[in-house]
Write a protein that binds this ligand. Structure first.
Ligand SMILES: [Zn+2]
Length: 165
């Protein structure tokens, strides 16, 4: 996977936000970056099965996350949308808006922006060194690690695989 330069500094971003600990609060990171986050009930006008929308409104980055999604899904969506802002994905978008509906999220197999936003979210919520630390201290099952980092077991499984565990 080709990664943008923005990834070099995810750990720094966490440190600057005071969030280099477990679990990471993506809302604090958003706040540090002056990104507003709102929960909302998406309608069919927004798209089919929308989990998140990120936009720049009057120069202000804003993230909307679906009220209906489970807690861990909301956390990942917020981290993913922060990634879209942080990695500059909104620059060439019509209305400075990006809608993460079902179709767009599924495109992560080939869509570089979606891959990057997922990778950013994984690094933000599950920093490699903090995972190593947790494993060293005896948290070895996916269930335990997922609960500790407050992410889904699926996200943790994928992260561990990418880190070579
Ligand atoms: Zn996305």
């Amino acid at each position: 996977m080709v990664l943008g330069m923005g990834f070099m500094s995810v750990t720094n971003l966490l440190k600057q936000s005071g969030e280099f600990h477990v679990p990471v609060d993506p809302l604090s990171v958003a706040s540090h970056l002056n990104i507003e986050v709102y929960e909302t009930d998406f309608t069919l006008e927004d798209g089919e099965n929308v989990s998140g929308i990120v936009a720049v409104e009057d120069g202000q980055p804003v993230i909307y996350v679906s009220t209906r999604d489970p807690h861990v899904r909301k956390r990942f969506t917020i981290a993913h949308e922060i990634g879209h802002v942080y990695l500059g994905h909104l620059a060439d978008k019509e209305n400075n808006e990006l809608i993460d509906d079902e179709v767009r999220l599924r495109s992560a197999t080939w869509n570089l922006e979606e891959k990057e936003a997922n990778e950013f979210a994984a690094r933000l919520l599950m920093p490699a060194s903090l995972i190593r630390g947790a494993i060293d201290r005896g948290r070895v099952s996916i269930e335990e690690l997922a609960e500790f980092f407050d992410v889904s077991e699926q996200a943790m499984m994928y992260r561990l695989k990418n880190l070579g565990y």
